[in-house]
Design a protein around this ligand. Structure first.
Ligand SMILES: Nc1ncnc2c1ncn2[C@@H]1O[C@H](COP(=O)(O)OP(=O)(O)O)[C@@H](O)[C@H]1O
Ligand SMILES: [Mg+2]
Length: 268
């Protein structure tokens, strides 16, 4: 086994800042089998930003995310990361899903070590990095447990730790908090903001929850409507109720009411 350290491995240390990935989608058509789900998608994701992607159920959010991940090739157009086509999954892009994808037979610690093992990080450093990320997400005491011994919220914390432990340049999240109760969900949103700070990673966060999109996103992409809106900062829950926030919220809600099946409502 090679022991050479690539730049990516050097960045795997907890808290190390990575250069965030930049994505560009041009004229992208997505679908499975004969069905076209999205067409004419033009989208840029800037390095280090959190782009929230909202759209009604079935409009193609998960399809778009799978394409960014390199799991589903576009039917037409180009999908590039940092000027190179995205052709296959890469450890540079971590994925987080709603249904936790933890390995049930591995301990919490071993799950978090997984991306580091893939990057051939030596065992001692793997241990230390996993321990650090588990502490950051508040699970230091649970490292030796199996996933089924944790609550849904705790399992999503493990997923978050696992996603970030490998020092990815992009984190692609598909409604990761969708199955959680409102209070746990808000806690996870705060935790996400906290753990992302300083990583430099670019985040694409898919949600159908307008308030989640406005709280987490630096920008919000309205998938069905094909528009991208900037979200004024600071990031603050108390912004809710204020006029500029409400206007933005109204616009996102309007886009969510648009019919995803209508021919002229695809992103462009
Ligand atoms: N595995 C699949 N095979 C065929 N069609 C699918 C598959 N997954 C989703 N679709 C279809 O693709 C469209 C978009 O789905 P999806 O990307 O999951 O939407 P969203 O995540 O926004 O709810 C829907 O019409 C859905 O029925
Ligand atoms: Mg989906």
């Amino acid at each position: 086994m090679s022991t050479t350290t690539t730049p990516a491995q050097a960045q795997a240390a907890p808290g190390a800042r990575v250069p965030g990935a930049r994505f560009a989608l041009r004229g992208v058509r997505l679908g499975r089998g004969p069905g076209v789900v999205l067409d004419g998608v033009e989208l840029e994701v800037e390095a280090g930003e959190v782009l929230a992607v909202v759209g009604p159920s079935g409009c193609g959010k998960s399809t778009l995310l799978r394409t960014l991940a390199g799991l589903l090739p576009p039917l037409a157009g180009s999908v590039e990361q940092d000027g190179r086509p995205v052709l296959r999954p890469d450890a540079d892009r971590a994925l987080v899903f709603q249904d936790d994808a933890l390995l049930p037979w591995r301990t919490v610690r071993a799950n978090v070590e997984l991306p580091l093992a893939i990057r051939r990080v030596p065992r001692a450093r793997r241990r230390a990095t996993a321990a650090d990320w588990l502490a950051r997400v508040g699970l230091a005491e649970h490292a030796g447990k199996l996933p089924h011994q944790l609550s849904g919220g705790q399992r999503q914390r493990v997923q978050l730790a696992r996603a970030l432990a490998g020092g990815p340049r992009a984190v692609l999240m598909d409604e990761p908090f969708g199955a959680l109760d409102a209070r746990t969900r808000a806690e996870m949103q705060d935790l996400l903001v906290e753990v992302l700070a300083g990583t430099g990673a670019t985040v694409v966060f898919v949600t159908h929850d307008v308030d989640e999109a406005l709280f987490l996103g630096d920008r919000v992409a309205l998938l069905a409507a094909g528009r991208v809106l900037g979200v004024p900062r600071p990031r603050d829950r108390s912004a809710a109720g204020h006029a500029p926030h409400e206007a933005l919220r109204e616009e996102v809600l309007r886009s969510l009411r648009e019919d995803p099946a209508a021919p002229d409502s695809t992103a462009r």
